[in-house]
Design a protein around this ligand. Structure first.
Ligand SMILES: Nc1ncnc2c1ncn2[C@@H]1O[C@H](COP(=O)(O)OP(=O)(O)OP(=O)(O)O)[C@@H](O)[C@H]1O
Ligand SMILES: [Mg+2]
Length: 266
């Protein structure tokens, strides 16, 4: 079929490409507690997925598993043409680094280096991990800072930046690595609503540019209007997923209904 009717004009308008992340049967235990319980998830190029669910559901842990900041106990993860099967012995450091290179992570707590300027925060990993020259890394860092509206803060230290600005530096740093997939872990929580809106605006632009994103969020309006797909996690498992309108207006699962009425207050 060459043409699709534009049924999702209210959501993002870009076309979805090929599947390039596939997690299958992921399990992660912390002692007796199963934080990730047999999770399978596939992400297509250009897709924007909102990951929602109650506190403790396992959203952060899932993102960390996809970035291999946590090593799943079993299951498999394929990104692009590389695949790791977990639980069959020690995962090699080299494999982890190769897979991780495809993802960029934005944390709730920014995780910037306090002793480095915004520019250095954004250029350092490009040089260390990707082997870019200082000149190239600096140029790209400036371009990404500009993209998030912070060209003027290039030489400022994190302590001289507001929370929202620090978060935008974190986004620029992740983007500068040219990831195929951006992982966001509640990038607006802890920020006041006005500043949060600033971050959401940046993310909306990224979505419109076709950036592939998986976003753990409590921002239901954002999930509804910006994502192509909403994934609902409860107790470590994905209980429901689908188009935002469907999941948020007519959830199939009773637990989703309960969660949505609690957060939406209706
Ligand atoms: N390093 C850890 N050690 C032990 N337990 C952990 C660890 N990290 C997470 N957990 C537990 O795993 C479960 C899932 O936590 P996770 O942080 O992934 O939830 P979440 O959905 O991100 O919650 P929130 O919305 O509050 O951020 C929780 O019960 C949590 O206490
Ligand atoms: Mg979390």
């Amino acid at each position: 079929m060459s043409m699709h009717s534009d049924a999702s004009a209210t959501a993002t308008a870009h076309q979805l490409g090929q599947e390039f992340v596939r997690a299958e049967g992921l399990v992660k235990d912390f002692g007796q507690h199963r934080a990730i319980d047999n999770v399978s998830l596939s992400v297509a190029k250009g897709e924007v997925i909102a990951l929602i669910g109650p506190s403790g559901a396992g959203k952060s842990t899932l993102l960390r598993c996809l970035n291999l900041l946590e090593t799943p106990d079993s299951g498999s993860l394929a990104i692009a043409d590389k695949r790791i099967v977990f639980g069959t012995g020690q995962v090699k450091r080299q494999q982890v680094l190769r897979l991780r290179r495809h993802t960029g992570m934005v944390f709730q707590s920014f995780n910037l280096f306090p002793h480095l300027t915004a520019l250095k925060n954004v250029s350092l990993a490009q040089m260390r991990v990707l082997g870019r020259s200082e000149k190239e890394a600096t140029e790209r860092a400036l371009a990404q800072l500009d993209r998030v509206g912070l060209a003027s803060k290039a030489n400022a230290y994190p302590s001289q930046c507001s929370g929202g600005q620090q978060q935008r530096i974190g986004i620029a740093r992740a983007l500068a690595m040219d990831p195929d997939l951006m992982l966001f872990d509640e990038p607006t929580s802890g920020l006041d609503p006005e500043v949060g809106a600033e971050i959401l605006a940046v993310m909306r632009e990224l979505a419109a540019d076709g950036t592939t994103m998986l976003i753990a969020t409590h921002e239901m309006e954002f999930a509804r209007h910006v994502s192509n797909q909403v994934v609902v996690m409860v107790d470590g498992a994905i209980i429901e997923q689908g188009q935002p309108e469907q999941v948020m207006s007519a959830p199939a699962h009773e637990r989703t209904q309960k969660f949505l009425s609690a957060v939406l207050g209706r």
